[in-house]
Design a protein around this ligand. Structure first.
Ligand SMILES: C[S@@+](CC[C@H](N)C(=O)[O-])C[C@H]1O[C@@H](n2cnc3c(N)ncnc32)[C@H](O)[C@@H]1O
Length: 474
């Protein structure tokens, strides 16, 4: 994004993204048997383009031993992020209001993790070079970089339309929101002609309906920018070369299980494509994957089998959803997949009581091979039921409790947050906005005994307890 972009005049939405969790980012190299990243609770984490920084604030509250820096050139974003950090009394998160292009060495310390979510596809070549320079300058050897971006796979066809919408809005009158709305109505009319580029564009029509009914703040930042550039994975790999980054895997762990993504013939076809950028692109194309969440390491070192085993055994997983919301019939991209209840129910039952390590789960289900246990947990992570979480330790629950109380106050003030910080998870846990205050004050209305509503309430309470979600008094 650049200062003259229409989007720059309107603050962006403020959502939590679980892919920014440090525990998840550290898990990805482990899954791919690479040494990387910090192992302990003390690390330095930088988010570039943090926006209003809800994600960064949640993970800072949930990882009080670590230090977090958020960089964003929007004063409105930084002001809001700082205010929330102050309200929650978070001393371990700092914000820098600067353009990436203007950053100097002294702005940031050496970092263990540098992450960018929702930034790379919306910035031009100069800004991308500035990002690479920052990573090159600050990411420690062995450090982890995370970048999400739109791929060419599904977005390329929209490039002329995005440019047209932005041109129309830049020449329009009224507020940024009004101009964006007028530009979308203009494209709707063009689609109505059913001529030339607009002929039989059913997918484009669906996309337009979708964005016209969406949050205008999101739509503005997503489409009303001068640089809007979907990129192929191989291009990103190349652009990151000066920062000496090597791709290790995806934060979407389902991406490591091809049979959940593609039909058997395609899995076989893909198996014959050599590992590397080509394979990643072929997979994106075969499954029409429009968005990637890549994890890179600056100098990954392969683990020996013994090193991998030692680290995998102590990897903890936590429940991410209420136990009653974990059906074993799953709508994966390949279609419906039914997991074996005999294999997965005991693991889900155990996780519902709180995090457990691979070794603990293995002992519980009588499976001696750590690789097999880990694969089952990764399957549950792919389903969105389990989550790799931080190692057990003496985590001060105070900052998360204060942050969660701040969320309660923000909801009372009209903000629609649905996220709380869990020091056990080292990340955020989603709870419906309408019930957060009830959990905080113990005032959730009791449900009639024996009803579905009571089962739901108990399952949610169990999740909150398992993840050690607390609230500061008041
Ligand atoms: C689409 S928003 C994403 C915000 C947040 N990461 C999220 O996903 O919710 C992109 C953010 O990058 C910031 N940004 C864009 N270009 C920038 C630049 N050149 N320097 C610093 N920040 C920039 C914008 O202000 C905005 O907050």
């Amino acid at each position: 994004m650049i200062a003259e972009d229409l989007a720059a005049s309107s603050p962006y939405t403020n959502h939590y993204f679980s892919s920014l969790s440090p525990a998840l980012l550290r898990f990805v190299p482990l899954l791919h048997r690479m040494h990387a990243g910090p192992y302990g609770a003390r690390f330095t984490y930088v988010e570039l383009g943090c926006g209003q920084a809800l994600s960064l604030l949640v993970i800072a509250a949930a990882n009080p031993g670590a230090t977090f820096y958020g960089v964003d050139y929007s004063p409105a974003h930084v002001a809001r992020a700082r205010r929330m950090a102050e309200l929650a009394g978070l001393a371990n998160v700092h914000f820098i209001e600067k353009r990436f292009e203007d950053m100097v060495e002294a702005d940031l310390p050496p970092a263990d993790i540098v992450a960018l979510h929702g930034v790379w596809s919306w910035i031009g070549p100069e800004t991308r070079s500035a990002v690479v320079r920052i990573i090159e300058r600050h990411l420690k050897p062995g450090g982890i970089a995370h970048l999400s971006y739109n791929t060419m796979t599904t977005w390329t066809q929209l490039v002329p339309i995005q440019r047209l919408m932005n041109d129309h809005a830049e020449r329009g009158v009224g507020t940024a929101e009004e101009r964006a709305t007028q530009a979308m109505a203009f494209v709707e009319k063009l689609l109505g002609t059913n001529l030339g580029y607009f002929k039989d564009q059913k997918a484009m029509q669906k996309w337009l309906e979708h964005i016209r009914s969406g949050d205008i703040r999101y739509v503005l930042h997503e489409y009303f920018v001068r640089h809007w550039q979907p990129t192929q994975h191989s291009e990103v790999v190349e652009m990151l070369q000066p920062a000496k980054l090597t791709f290790v895997g995806s934060c979407d762990v389902i991406d490591t299980i091809d049979r959940f993504l593609l039909p058997p013939d395609a899995v076989k076809f893909l198996a014959d494509v050599p590992q590397g950028p080509l394979k990643e692109t072929v997979r994106d194309l075969l499954r029409s994957n429009g968005f990637r969440r890549d994890v890179f390491v600056r100098g990954p070192v392969p683990m020996t089998p013994a090193e991998w085993r030692a680290l995998a055994r102590v990897q903890r997983f936590a429940p991410l959803r209420r136990r009653d919301r974990c059906p074993l019939s799953l709508p994966f991209p390949v279609g419906k997949v039914d997991l074996n209840p005999g294999t997965f129910d005991p693991i889900l039952d155990r996780l519902a009581d709180g995090p457990a390590t691979v070794a603990e789960i293995g002992a519980l289900v009588g499976e001696a091979q750590d690789g097999v246990v880990l694969r089952r947990l990764v399957t549950l992570a792919a389903a969105g039921y389990a989550y790799p979480c931080a190692a057990a330790g003496d985590v001060d629950p105070g900052p998360a409790a204060r942050f969660n109380r701040t969320i309660v106050r923000e909801i009372a003030a009209g903000h629609a947050h649905d996220i709380l910080a869990s020091p056990t998870l080292g990340a955020g846990v989603r709870i419906p906005s309408s019930r957060i205050a009830g959990h905080a004050d113990g005032t959730l209305p009791p449900a009639a005994p024996g009803t579905e509503a009571e089962a739901e309430l108990l399952a949610e309470r169990r999740l909150v307890q398992a993840l050690d979600v607390r609230f500061a008094p008041g």
